[in-house]
Structures are given as structure tokens and as C-alpha cells.
Ligand binder design. Structure first.
Ligand code: ADP
Length: 325
């Protein structure tokens, strides 16, 4: 049966490009004769009935804006069967027959559980700066965050060089090292400490032993936030104890990595994925995330996107190592 009315929400951590995705989903749905209901504050707003019909004008002038006009929230109730029942009731009341959910791992996990429980069609879009969803080469927001990191590191390098300092810069990524590794390559950092490698070897000791600093008067190391790496603070503490000859500083980039106007890449990615989400519903696809692989849009079952750890490309470790000698 053709879907006549869809709901759209953003949930979990916000990411630049979410607005471009909301715009594309809304316009493609209307183009295909569907009604669109914007659901504010993710699953929380769904439970609280914060729902409004969206016309094409509702999404005018937002493609360039960071954050999400639909707002986002965490919602503990949605993790309970009672909460999800409430959500189902709200959707029925509003005549919403399918959902497009934009968010990260948690958002898609919730979507998957709900879709199974109520046999309800949901299409997910990967919206997270962390790039940690399996089945897609990149996620919406990742490129913008990477560019922000690059700009910040460029600035820190100016001061690091003036003082002959060793800087540890912590970047986001949850349990993934994509931002740290590619951020390090893009900004010409000396090294990256990432969780994917932390369990295999002592990256800090190796860096120091190979004399990564010999020919340089300053050094910058990007550290992925994670319990496994210990974060920039954890690594710096270790250096102070084990290698006291270094003048160490720490900078934690924090939430500024989430903000800003999305890059052209993220706007285009979000627009293509948003339109693909409606195509998926028209093709009767359900419980899939839209991914992009080798520039082709693909449908990735929720079960695959969420459950699998996305591997980093190990060639990039050599790229960084060789380019930073
Ligand atoms: P992200 O989508 O950025 O990974 P979260 O992990 O905070 O962000 O998840 C966003 C929301 O998704 C949660 O607040 C919750 O409402 C929902 N969610 C996450 N995990 C589950 C789960 N296991 N069951 C049901 N809902 C979930």
C-alpha cells in the first residue's frame, strides 16, 4: 500500500547537514504526493505530541544551517515497551504511516526495535559526525566536522610552533577513530591515537620510540575521545610521568566540532540521501538505512548498520606515518 503521510525526526547527537536532509526528505515526499509531519525533539517530541505539518516553505533557507530545525533530544522512555506503545499511538493519531529517522547508532537502534515490534516502516539516514555506521562510506556531518577539526588544528599549530610544544588535541568520534585519523592527515599532524589500534599496540610508546619529534620543533597528536585511548588528558598524564622531557599541552575541541554550516559535500550527501529515503519507501523498503558506497546510494538493513563495527581503512595509517616524517 502506498504511503500517504510520513513523519520525519532527528534524534540523538546533532550533526551539520541534518537540515539539508530534512529539506530533501520533505520536498521529495511532497513532490511524490505525500503529506509530511515534522516531529520535534526526536522520539521525545513524538511521545509529547510535538508534531506539525511541513510544507515546502517550512524547509526554505535551511540547507546552509548547522544543527537541526527539528531539534533533537534523548528519550529514555522510548527504550521501554510502554514508551514505544505511546509513540505508536501518536503516529496513528496523526495518520503517519511511515517514519524517516535521522540520527546515529542509538537512533537507528530505537528505530529498528520499534519497526519490528509494530511492523512499522522506517527508513533511517546516517546523521552523525562520528562516521561510525557500518554500510556507508560516510555519514551526514562527518565531512563538516573533519573540516572544522582541520581549521582548529591549523590554529593550534601556530601557537605550538612558537613554543616548541607537544600538543595533544582531543577530537570526537565516540569509539571510532575516523575523525582523529583523517583529521591528522588533513591538518598535517604528527600522529593520531585511535581506539581501533589502541588494543593492538601502545601507540604513544611507539611514537616516542621512533623519535617522531626529532626533526620538528613542535608536534601535534590527535587523540580520539574514548575510554580505550584514555582521551587527550589520559595520554598527556602518561607523557608527564613517563617522558617528562616534553612540554605538553592539551586541547579538547569539544562541541564546536558539531556546529557550523555544512560543507558542500555534506549538503549534497544529505540531499541525495533524503531523496533516497522517499524512494526507498516508494519501493516498499523498510527497516533500512540509506548508505553511500563508491558514490552509489544503497539500502543497508538496520541490523547490519548498527551491529557491525565499521573498520577504518588501514592504508591511512601508513599515509599518516609517511607524510609526517
Ligand atoms: P545517537 O542516535 O546519536 O547515537 P543516542 O545513542 O543518544 O544518540 O540515541 C538517541 C535516542 O535513540 C535515545 O535517546 C533513545 O530514545 C533512542 N534509543 C537508543 N537506543 C535505544 C534502544 N536500545 N531502544 C530504544 N530506543 C533507543
Amino acid at each position: 500500500m502506498a504511503v500517504k503521510c510520513i513523519g520525519i525526526l532527528t534524534s540523538g547527537g546533532d550533526a551539520p547537514g541534518m537540515n539539508a536532509a530534512i529539506r530533501a526528505v520533505t520536498r521529495s515526499a511532497i513532490y511524490n504526493g505525500m503529506k509530511v509531519k515534522g516531529i520535534y525533539r526526536g522520539y521525545k517530541g513524538l511521545l509529547l505530541d510535538e508534531i506539525e505539518e511541513f510544507k515546502t516553505q517550512n524547509v526554505s533557507n535551511i540547507i546552509q544551517r548547522g544543527g537541526t530545525i527539528l531539534k533533537t533530544a534523548r528519550c529514555a522512555e522510548f527504550k521501554t515497551p510502554e514508551g514505544r506503545k505511546e509513540a505508536y499511538e501518536r503516529l496513528k493519531e496523526h495518520g503517519i504511516e511511515a517514519l524517516v529517522a535521522i540520527g546515529g547508532d542509538g537512533t537507528l537502534t530505537g528505530a529498528r526495535i520499534f519497526a519490528q515490534e509494530y511492523d512499522y516502516p522506517i527508513v533511517g539516514l546516517p546523521g552523525t559526525i562520528d562516521n561510525d555506521l557500518y554500510g556507508t562510506d560516510v555519514t551526514i556531518g562527518y565531512d563538516t566536522a573533519l573540516n572544522t577539526i582541520m581549521e582548529c588544528v591549523d590554529k593550534i599549530r601556530d601557537t605550538a610552533t612558537s613554543h616548541d610544544r607537544l600538543f595533544f588535541i582531543e577530537v570526537m568520534g565516540r569509539d571510532a577513530g575516523f575523525l582523529a585519523l583523517n583529521g591528522a592527515i588533513a591538518s598535517g599532524a604528527e600522529a593520531a591515537i585511535i581506539p581501533e589500534i589502541s588494543l593492538e599496540k601502545d601507540q604513544l610508546a611507539e611514537m616516542i620510540e621512533t623519535g617522531f619529534r626529532k626533526s620538528k620543533n613542535s608536534s601535534i597528536v590527535l587523540v580520539a575521545e574514548s575510554e580505550v585511548t584514555g582521551g587527550a588528558m589520559g595520554v598527556a598524564e602518561r607523557v608527564k610521568k613517563e617522558y617528562p622531557q616534553f612540554d605538553v599541552r592539551v586541547s579538547i575541541l569539544g562541541h564546536l566540532q558539531r556546529g557550523g554550516s555544512p560543507t558542500a559535500q555534506d549538503r549534497i550527501l544529505a540531499t541525495r540521501m533524503g531523496i533516497a529515503a522517499i524512494d526507498a519507501l516508494l519501493e516498499d523498503q523498510r527497516n533500512v538505512m540509506i548508505g553511500i558506497q563508491n558514490d552509489q546510494l544503497v539500502y543497508v538493513p538496520f541490523s547490519k548498520a548498527i551491529k557491525n563495527d565499521k573498520p577504518i581503512n588501514r592504508d591511512l595509517l601508513d599515509t599518516l606515518r609517511i607524510s609526517s616524517i
